[in-house]
Design a protein around this ligand. Structure first.
Ligand SMILES: [Zn+2]
Length: 84
């Protein structure tokens, strides 16, 4: 029983952490969470869905850095959000 309560507490804390992270990044001027413009390391700009703490298509390296497939150059690259 204690294990179940502990699991629920951890899930709530992780959920709140993701929500807070998204709010903080949105206040910095990025359109996160949502469909935003990103730039790859070769300078291509494309739009992608970016939800902080919950990405399924990309490898996260930090709050504003991740490795994703670039559809413009058809390559994998480190991408960063572009402020709009
Ligand atoms: Zn590219």
């Amino acid at each position: 029983m204690k294990a179940i309560i502990l699991t629920i507490v951890i899930l709530v804390v992780v959920g709140l952490a993701i929500i807070i992270q998204n709010i903080v990044i949105r206040h910095k001027g990025y359109g996160i969470p949502g469909k935003i413009a990103v730039r790859c390391s070769k300078g291509h700009v494309f739009r992608t869905v970016w939800i902080e703490g919950g990405s399924f298509k990309a490898i996260r390296l930090g709050p504003l850095t991740r490795i994703q497939h670039c559809p413009v150059g058809n390559h994998w690259s480190i991408v960063h959000p572009v402020k709009e």
